[in-house]
Ligand binder design. Structure first.
Ligand code: MRU
Length: 359
């Protein structure tokens, strides 16, 4: 067992860091082993980084973006002695490869495009080593910015958490999904720091249990009052009057405010509307995709059927049964009360308000 101390100052120390870039090497916390084991893996090559993203060892839209940025640095380490031309050609090919690891979270594409744009500005680079240094510098900036974006979301969302309230969340949009204090959890961490008492209801989030394994783990470690629910308990919990607001994260927000998030979010949003509970979406600008007009333009990742036919290592369905396993769903903007962003709380009409704050 080993764990990296959390370098992001405001993340509670008891929560292991999602990733670290040290001595030109990328280290990732293997989130598939949580909550039972805290294991950190050195990423030896770009194929390993691709696999870590694909297998959800590192997951959550902002964390995938930062891991992808450092992953491209790992990919280019061997090309430092090549010509500038071959370095640039290889960069484009390696970036396309990394982007193919997961399609829905726009942060991965966004981070890789930022590295590409940075090198496009290095027209007068003396050699490939100088290009490599610029890549690492840009990846390090993306990493630092991610932490600041989380803090900004926290500042703009903290007032939503009133003393004594119940907050329901789905999946894990927490510290483990970012390199800071999370997105959906950022207002929670700040409210907790201010001494506000509140309770979080965490959906366990089938099929891969990010709510049970990750959200319950990190909030409990931070000393936040968290109660775990199976996904089918959310309706009854709302009906009992225990939930005052819902805060979720997102993998991609379209220009009209439709958003993709972990499968099951749509159901939670419909329930919240039924019970008159406001649903907020915590979202850094790196997750906005204003080039995609509406939710139907967002690609939804389909994952392997064995995630549904088994529970952990145990098979729970008959051999050969047909299975659907979309990893995300699209929630229409009509079910959203507001977006909590690093620049402020954005209410409807979203098409206009998101564009005027971010374009
Ligand atoms: O499949 P995952 O675990 O990567 O899904 C994560 C989510 O759906 C999160 O809610 C989303 O990425 C936002 S993370 C701040």
């Amino acid at each position: 067992m080993s764990g990296m101390p959390n370098a992001a100052t405001s993340v509670p120390n008891a929560i292991p860091a999602t990733l670290e870039w040290r001595d030109d090497t990328l280290y990732l916390l293997d989130q598939t082993r949580l909550p039972l084991e805290i294991v950190v893996e050195r990423q030896a090559c770009v194929e390993q980084v691709w696999k870590s993203i694909r297998e959800l060892k590192v997951r959550g839209a902002p964390a995938i973006g930062v891991a992808g940025a450092y992953g491209l640095c790992v990919a280019m380490q061997d090309s430092r002695t090549e010509s500038v031309e071959s370095f640039r050609a290889r960069l484009a090919e390696r970036a396309a490869y990394l982007a193919s690891a997961r399609p829905t979270a726009v942060n991965l594409q966004w981070a890789l495009e930022r590295l590409h744009a940075r090198l496009a500005r290095q027209e007068d680079a003396a050699d490939a080593a100088a290009l490599y240094d610029a890549l690492v510098d840009e990846a390090t900036r993306i990493h630092a910015e991610d932490q600041a974006l989380c803090e900004g979301i926290g500042r703009h969302g903290v007032a939503l958490i009133r003393p004594g309230c119940g907050v329901l969340t789905h999946c894990n949009a927490g510290a483990l999904a970012t390199t800071g204090i999370g997105t959906a959890t950022a207002p929670m961490y700040l409210a907790h720091r201010c001494g506000t008492r509140f309770r979080v209801y965490a959906d366990e989030t089938r099929p891969l249990l990010q709510g049970a394994r990750l959200t319950a783990f990190e909030l409990q470690r931070a000393g936040i009052d968290v109660t775990l629910l199976t996904d089918n308990m959310a309706a009854a919990t709302m009906q009992r009057g225990l939930v005052d607001l819902v805060i979720v994260g997102t993998d991609r927000v379209a220009a009209n405010g439709d958003f993709a998030n972990k499968i099951g979010t749509l159901g939670v949003a419909i329930l919240a509307k039924h019970f008159g509970i406001p649903l907020y979406v915590a979202c850094p600008s790196s997750t906005l995709d204003l080039a995609t007009r509406a939710g139907e333009g967002i690609v939804i990742e389909e994952r392997a059927s064995d995630e549904v036919t088994s529970f952990g290592a145990r098979r729970t369905a008959p051999e050969g049964v047909a299975v659907r396993n979309p990893a995300f769903d699209i929630t229409p903007h009509a079910l959203v009360a507001g977006f909590i962003t690093e620049r402020g709380l954005v209410g409807p009409p979203f098409e206009h308000n998101l564009a005027s704050l971010f374009s």
